[in-house]
Write a protein that binds this ligand. Structure first.
Ligand code: HEM
Length: 473
């Protein structure tokens, strides 16, 4: 017993010395103003309860008004500096791998797998990032991907009747597109059963990463194993086909035949899982929200329809969209930008300081977290006039309602710039094209936007659709 007390005494004393040492070090450093909140919990509960309102940025708004665009807080177990300053955000993004490294919560990194692009660092990250970029760049989309995007979007829309839950449909479309792009799979039973497992994996992202406490997390881990097994089988099959000279034109082929020896099956599976994750929620959410905002802004919807009917009028019935059609959708691009701005799906990115960071007269200690908020910048009246209103016309040149400096970063920037940025824009544009030329719709019930833990609508955006008969599709 005495021995136990002795151990407890020394452990407590060491913890106390550590905390005092750390606190006095923080005092010596000049940190951005803010509040570290309660011990261990910090301000996590305030953050979670703040986002139950309809305001997109309640937690940040309140602190920016008290402390300015760089403030200190303590969330999810760690002291964190929040930045709502475009210049600081750019500095953080550009110095990835030098002064900062990306940092994801345990729940996400465990489920992604250690070889995922999102978790990779250093030269391997550089190599894989450029490989991914080369798979989704404009010329690949133009020459290979666009035809399937057009076909699969149309195939899905053809099955719509009466009531449609848009968020569900958009997710199905996005998943099918990604499976085609990554592994040349057309939709079928196999892709649908994989999608069901995959949905369980995603659910695990926003839970406590402790299987004993969370059934959702336990289920997510099991589903992750099943997804990995199914993908491993495909990878093995494709590897032998590839060795026999049977080549396909997709991302998996690029991974199998990469220079300097290619990658192991496990690396490829983790990589594919991460790509499915990165493009799925993001692109499907942007599709749903664009429709919601357009429905609530009839003038914008009318202008969009006019643009797409003009394109249809130049084509024969059922003819697929070509790259030149995509390039002649200027107002659509305004709608895409504005949706990404108002409802930024990735609200910002977490980074960890690899060394003490001197910025804007402050010193932030090595190991601290940063959160570069994109959404709060996009919704700041100093950068966008009437920032919280959906106004696609602001993106027309000379509208004067958008800040001249580069403050629009829905796809991040620097070495981790989203490799799917053009692909997401094309997919959304093609989807809008077929939607507005094939259907008219009305919301089936009122549905609200929520912003935490992800941006989405509460009721999966149900709409009643009516097929249009007067326009060639
Ligand atoms: C509207 C749709 C999308 C949005 C808003 C979006 C946004 C982002 C953002 C902000 C990042 C940077 C993360 C960071 O810096 O830590 C990112 C990274 C990434 N995105 Fe996207 N994305 C979208 C669609 C896609 C698509 C369709 C793909 C599929 C190719 C994709 C693949 C990735 C990957 C693999 C990364 C990780 C890059 C890295 O860490 O090097 N994204 N995305």
């Amino acid at each position: 017993m005495a021995f136990l007390f002795y151990i407890l005494f020394w452990v407590s004393l060491s913890a106390l010395i550590f905390i005092i040492h750390r606190t006095s070090r923080y005092r010596r450093l000049r940190l951005p103003p803010g509040n570290l909140g309660l011990p261990f919990l910090g301000e996590t509960l305030q953050l979670i309860s703040a986002y139950k309102t309809e305001n997109p940025e309640p937690f940040i708004d309140e602190r920016v008004s008290r402390f300015g665009s760089l403030f200190t807080t303590h969330v999810f177990g760690e002291p964190t500096v929040f930045s709502v300053d475009p210049e600081t955000n750019r500095f953080i993004l550009q110095n990835e791998g030098k002064l900062f490294e990306s940092s994801y919560p345990g729940s996400i990194s465990n489920l992604l797998g250690k070889h995922s692009l999102l978790l990779m660092r250093g030269s391997l990250h550089k190599r894989m990032h450029s490989l991914t970029m080369s798979f989704a760049n404009s010329s690949i989309i133009r020459d290979h991907l666009l035809v399937d995007i057009d076909r699969l979007v149309r195939l899905n829309l053809d099955s719509w009747t009466d009531l449609v839950f848009l968020m569900e449909e958009a997710k199905k479309i996005t998943f099918e597109l990604t499976m085609k792009q990554l592994m040349s799979f057309d939709p079928g039973e196999w892709t649908e059963s994989l999608r069901k497992q995959y949905l369980l994996v995603i659910e695990g992202f926003f839970t406590v990463p402790l299987p004993i406490f969370s059934t959702t997390y336990r289920r997510a881990i099991q589903a992750r194993t099943k997804v990995a097994e199914a993908l491993s089988l495909i990878v093995r099959q494709r590897r032998s086909e590839s060795e026999a000279g049977e080549r396909k034109n997709d991302m998996l082929e690029a991974l199998l035949s990469a220079d300097d020896g290619g990658f192991s099956d496990e690396e490829i599976v983790d990589f594919l899982v991460a790509l499915l994750v990165a493009g799925y929620e993001t692109t499907s959410t942007i599709m749903t929200l664009a429709v919601k905002f357009l429905t609530e802004t009839p003038l914008a919807l009318a202008q969009l329809k006019e643009e797409h009917e003009g394109i249809r009028a130049r084509k024969s019935e059922g003819e697929a969209l070509k790259w030149s059609d995509y390039k002649s959708m200027p107002f659509t691009q305004c709608v895409v930008n504005e949706t990404l701005r108002v409802a930024n799906i990735i609200s910002g990115v977490f980074r960890r300081a690899m060394t003490d960071i001197n910025i804007k007269g402050y010193t932030i200690p090595k190991g601290w977290k940063f959160f570069a908020s994109f959404r709060a910048v996009h919704l700041d009246h100093n950068h966008f006039k009437d920032a919280r209103t959906f106004n696609p016309w602001r993106w027309q040149s000379n509208s004067g309602t958008t800040s001249p400096v580069n403050v629009f970063t829905p796809f991040g920037g620097g070495p981790r710039l989203c490799p799917g940025y053009e692909l997401a824009r094309v997919e959304l544009s093609v989807f809008l094209h077929h939607l507005v030329t094939s259907f008219s719709w009305t919301p089936a019930e009122e549905d609200k936007l929520v912003f935490f833990p992800t941006t989405r609508t509460q009721k999966r955006y149900p709409i009643n659709v009516q097929r249009r008969s007067n326009v060639k599709s």
